[in-house]
Design a protein around this ligand. Structure first.
Ligand code: PGA
Length: 254
């Protein structure tokens, strides 16, 4: 059985290096849980070294974005080869907070290829902005997924792909406002179907699908019950060692 996957998306937190060190110290007290998972932390770049130093024993370094450019003279870009040299294993690509500022699915598709080329796992985020009664959000989801994965056809590439379903309306709220297990399982079935149409059943069935959007200890267990997800992409709750530890335990018991 492949391990459940837990990705901590720290966004632009903690507020300082001192706070980062303190959070890492607290997280390492639960290292025995994290070792049972494929566990990743995506910190802001300046905290890389601190995180990599601590995490070596129980998790892996991830990034919140990746450049699609090759090594070269690109002011302000951090290219995949540099990230790889720091030990980055996974890249969150196409997060809605980046799409909001103009990142398109076409950009996402290029970044996915760049990540794969560098040997970094692409965690491709998709999710509707709002849900509607007529199910039109499924069309949105299908188009976003297809465009974001355009040009991927090598079985070898798809075997490294991870998809995160993150409905935009459910991000940054509380467990109470997150998606229900019933709606989540519908979306996961739908995503799996789109992947199957694109890559064939045998290949598609192995692509891990994660859920993200207000995952907290209060809803983690319910979201895992027969919804077909392999793990979580966690934002605000990943900044609290106790909350992340509890979410990790739910994944282990799954
Ligand atoms: P949240 O964020 O857990 O704070 O909703 C998830 C994400 O944006 O990846």
């Amino acid at each position: 059985m492949p391990k459940p996957i837990l990705v901590a998306n720290w966004k632009n937190h903690p507020k300082s290096l001192d706070e980062t060190r303190s959070l890492l110290r607290q997280l390492s007290r639960n290292s025995k849980f994290y070792k049972k998972l494929s566990f990743f932390i995506a910190p802001p770049y300046p905290y890389f070294e601190s995180v990599a130093g601590r995490l070596g024993k129980f998790g892996h370094l991830a990034v919140q974005n990746i450049s699609s450019l090759p090594p070269g003279t690109y002011t302000g870009q951090v290219t995949p080869d540099i990230l790889k040299s720091f030990g980055v294993r996974l890249a969150i690509i196409g997060h809605s907070e980046r799409r909001k500022f103009g990142e398109t699915s076409e950009h996402v598709a290029k970044k996915v290829k760049a990540a794969l080329h560098a040997g970094i796992i692409p965690l491709v985020c998709v999710g509707e902005v709002s849900r509607d009664q007529d199910g039109e959000h499924f069309e949105f989801l299908r188009d976003e997924l297809k465009l974001s994965l355009t040009g991927l056809n090598r079985k070898n590439d798809i075997s490294k792909l991870v998809v995160a379903y993150e409905p935009v309306w459910a991000i940054g709220k509380s467990a109470r406002d997150a998606i229900t297990a019933a709606d989540l399982s519908q979306s996961v079935i739908f995503i799996r179907k789109v992947l199957t149409d694109m890559f064939g059943r045998k290949t598609a069935e192995h692509v891990p699908i994660l859920y993200g959007g207000s995952v907290e200890p209060a809803n983690a267990e319910a979201l895992l019950s027969e919804t077909g997800i392999r793990g979580f992409l966690v934002g605000h709750a990943s900044l609290h060692a106790k909350s992340l530890g509890a979410i990790a335990q739910s994944l282990i018991l799954k």
